[in-house]
Design a protein around this ligand. Structure first.
Ligand code: ARG
Length: 464
């Protein structure tokens, strides 16, 4: 069967190259099943309004159910039909004849059809992504719960900065993922409107009941304006940007795992399943899964950039350019759908080297802030003065009492010994566990503060 849609207005054959150029068949695999559901809802709507008689409606529904249960035949995806909507219609007409099969498209256009299909599939994908995010968050909370006392270095500028705990570190990522999930859920509400019944853009003179078909397809409501309904893709841009942001979080955590698994850090050992070896270097264990996942964030950011750029110059209403946008949306969805469960598995099976973490926690004068704070809290100095004294002592290479005393005289013209500072007090303050223990305020790394964050996030996750 040839492409029926061309036969009225257009003439001539098209080359396979040209057909391929126009076709959206590859991406249409994402919406093929949704398209059959849209057909069924539209058909029920036509029948309910008395627009189609019972006999052809029954024959059409039987054919649609058969296609749904057995899957669309390969023929429906032939590129000469350009898209699955035309391919599937040709397939229906093949089965039930044009006098019946040719009645389904009453009051409808591929423009409202495709927009409805994309929204249906996207809603399913958002739900799956939020679920995957919930699993990942549960893993992070779980691992964190076992490491509230695991002291490790925290970094700014990737330089040793201040001690923290592994639990505090992992909870920082869990916080970010919980916002990523919230963004997706909020975007869902705006995807949840049905374009069906908008037809090409100006709706239709057939007395369709858009509320009815929207309800049948599980939408919260019909899209309010028929022109907007076929032209809008901001719902896709919003979801894709939420995914791109989520993949950015993912990528940062992967970067962490790549760094932590180097011998320089030695903080983590990834399970062998998540690593690859080298074709030449027999000793190699490389964190390839984390690397590819880190890169996927770039792929998704590219997809978002492409989708936004495709949309930005389009006048109302439907333009074929929109076909070029959809694969970018699915590319982003797929990247996240593949990545999130793997990341959860990678973290859940990782072995953290708590001794290495503890050994690094106090390096690089990471407790200098706490010493300056103690000079303020216990010995009455202004913070800026204490900051300068401790900084000068670090410049001289040590934070022992003698060096600190020299630094105080040099940088502030005062004696910390006269203030009552002792070597014993300094030693206690420079212990990384002390720095963690005193940071009990809201959001801090002290075990008690982390326990509060853990409990709050567990509760939030249960509600999500
Ligand atoms: N394959 C098209 C898309 O993805 C479906 C809509 C085609 N509409 C049209 N007027 N040619 O956008």
């Amino acid at each position: 069967r040839s492409d029926q849609i061309r036969q009225g207005r257009l003439s001539g054959e098209r080359s396979a190259n040209l057909e391929h150029f126009l076709a959206s068949m590859d991406a249409d695999r994402w919406i093929a099943e949704a398209d059959l559901l849209v057909d069924m809802a539209h058909l029920l709507g036509l029948r309910r309004q008395g627009i189609i008689d019972e006999a052809p409606a029954r024959a059409l529904m039987a054919a649609l159910l058969d296609l749904h249960d057995h899957g669309l035949p390969a023929e429906a995806f032939d590129e000469r039909f350009e898209d699955i909507h035309a391919g599937k219609e040709a397939c229906l007409i093949d089965r039930v004849g044009e006098d019946i099969g040719g009645r389904l498209h009453m009051g409808r256009s591929r423009n409202d059809e495709v927009a409805t299909c994309i929204r249906i599939r996207l809603k399913q994908e958002i739900i799956a992504l939020v679920r995957s995010l919930a699993d990942l968050r549960a893993t992070l909370l779980d691992v964190a719960a076992g490491h509230t006392e695991t002291v490790m270095p925290g970094f700014t500028h990737l330089q040793h900065a201040q001690p923290t705990t592994l639990a505090h570190y992992l909870l920082a990522y869990e916080q970010a993922f919980s916002r990523d999930a919230a963004r997706l859920r909020e975007a869902y509400a705006r995807v949840d409107a049905s374009p069906l019944g908008s037809a090409a853009f100006a709706s239709t003179g057939f007395p369709l009941d858009r509320d009815y078909t929207a309800r049948l397809l599980g939408f919260a409501r019909p899209a309010a304006n028929s022109m907007d309904a076929v032209a809008a893709r901001d719902f896709a841009l919003e979801v894709l940007s939420s995914i791109a942001i989520c993949m950015t979080t993912t990528s940062r955590l992967c970067e962490e795992l790549v760094l932590w698994s180097t011998s320089f850090f030695g903080f983590v050992q990834l399970d062998d399943a998540y690593c690859s070896s080298s074709s030449i270097m027999p000793q190699k264990k490389n964190p390839d899964v984390a690397e590819i996942m880190r890169a996927k964030a770039g792929t998704v950011a590219g997809a978002l950039t492409a989708a936004i750029t495709i949309t930005k110059g389009l006048p109302m209403s439907y333009n074929r350019d929109l076909q070029e946008l959809t694969p970018h949306l699915w590319r982003g969805v797929e990247a996240a759908r593949e990545s999130l469960p793997l990341l959860s598995g990678m973290i859940g099976t990782a072995t953290f080297n708590t001794e290495r973490m503890a050994a690094e926690a106090g390096r690089g004068f990471s407790t200098a802030t706490e010493l300056a704070d103690v000079l303020v809290r216990e010995y009455g100095l202004a913070f800026r003065t204490a900051h300068r004294i401790v900084g000068r002592a670090v410049r001289h290479g040590s934070l022992d009492l003698a060096t600190l005393e020299g630094a105080a005289r040099e940088a502030a013209g005062l004696s910390v010994v006269d203030l009552g500072v002792t070597q014993e007090r300094i030693d206690a303050v420079l212990d990384p566990r002390h720095a963690v223990a005193v940071r009990t305020i809201t959001g801090g790394p002290a075990p008690a503060a982390v326990a509060v964050q853990l409990a709050e996030q567990k509760e939030l996750l249960a509600r999500d």
